[in-house]
Design a binder for this molecule. Structure first.
Ligand SMILES: Nc1nc2c(ncn2[C@@H]2O[C@H](COP(=O)(O)OP(=O)(O)OP(=O)(O)O)[C@@H](O)[C@H]2O)c(=O)[nH]1
Ligand SMILES: [Mg+2]
Length: 319
């Protein structure tokens, strides 16, 4: 066996590992969404109003949301009218394609610059998983050979800096921080400045996450964004909103608020492990037209992966 083959097998195994964790993490969402669809399709109703009604209910119960549900139902009916769907099994196949389409229609390439420094700003309410995600991302990019700096921009919560510093120590990246209570935009400024000086590849800026209803938070984050742009003209290259999947529809209203104030480039869905509300991902993607970039299925460093619409839908439907 030559090196290339070994590499392929190894990376497949890695994928398999994450895929099976994703599958087991999505178990609750799967039993609600795919399980519900399965019951409807294998039930007595023939293709027609009763079956459509039952499918609508399953989609809504799974947190897919009304707009996405309406679109899916319209497309399914069109599929039947055009004879693309001929039987009830055909419904499942078509529905999976529609779900993938919702996620793929917005999945654009990561907006990092072709070369040079990439600045990532991480935002989201408290407890959503920002700091943990930064730790996981730092490890990932470091592993790809990048020089990574993380910035402790959450100067509000006690121990936030220590938490990020611990991730930095564990992954062997530099953490830029200042004392508690410092203006977070000053920390971000310093971090980006020192990244420029050191010729680093990536800066990931952590932020505080008090409740989104707190207007000051949005103003503070806007300032951080502005200040970063003063050091590097087109930075931040990526503003990533971290959302806790387990809170279901609430994450949609959070996402709207953050997107309105800060223009989000991508989403990170954390805590998909054990959540029954994974369906909300379709709702948010479709409404905001913002792609999911990463998904988290656990607390460990390798429990974060770039988001792939097809594998996600596969994991949702396959036992
Ligand atoms: N099960 C699970 N837990 C996660 C995941 N991502 C983060 N967590 C946990 O969620 C908790 C909160 O994560 P943090 O990274 O501290 O969240 P934060 O957004 O930085 O919170 P604040 O700093 O308070 O704003 C921690 O206990 C993490 O270990 C995930 O994908 N799955
Ligand atoms: Mg934090």
């Amino acid at each position: 066996m030559d090196g290339t083959e070994e590499d392929t097998i190894e990376s497949n195994e890695e994928k398999g590992g994450f895929f099976s964790r994703l599958k087991s993490g999505l178990q609750k969402t799967r039993s609600g969404l795919a399980g519900g669809i399965d019951r409807v399709v294998n039930g007595p109703a023939k293709i027609g109003p009763e079956l459509w009604q039952e499918l609508e209910e399953v989609l809504l119960m799974a947190d897919v949301g009304i707009p996405a549900m309406n679109w899916i139902m319209e497309e399914l009916k069109k599929g039947v009218a055009k004879s693309l769907i001929r039987d009830k099994e055909g419904i499942v196949k078509y529905l999976k394609e529609l779900l993938v389409r919702i996620l793929e229609d917005v999945s654009v390439e990561e907006a990092s610059p072709a070369k040079g420094l990439c600045v990532v700003l991480m935002i989201g309410i408290n407890g959503s998983g920002k700091t943990t995600t930064i730790g996981k991302l730092a490890a990932r990019y470091k592993g790809e050979g990048e020089q990574v700096i993380v910035a402790a921009g959450d100067t509000f919560r006690a121990a936030a800096t220590e938490q990020l510093q611990a991730w930095a120590d564990r992954t062997g990246v530099t953490c830029v921080s200042q004392k508690s209570g410092t203006d977070p935009s000053a920390v971000a400024y310093d971090a980006v400045q020192s990244a420029v000086v050191r010729n680093a590849d990536r800066v990931i800026v952590d932020t505080a996450g008090r409740l989104q209803t707190n207007k000051n938070l949005m103003e503070e984050l806007k300032k951080v964004k502005r200040v970063i742009g003063k050091v590097v003209a087109d930075a931040p290259h990526e503003t990533l909103l971290v959302l806790d999947a387990s809170i279901g529809q609430n994450s949609l209203s959070q996402a709207r608020l953050f997107h309105d104030s800060l223009k989000v480039d991508g989403l990170v869905m954390t805590k998909l492990d054990g959540s029954s509300k994974g369906g909300v991902l379709f709702n948010i993607t479709r409404e905001l037209q913002v792609p999911v970039r990463y998904i988290g299925v656990g607390e460990k460093v390798d429990d974060l992966q770039p988001f792939d619409p097809k594998s996600f839908v596969e994991a949702l439907f396959n036992e």
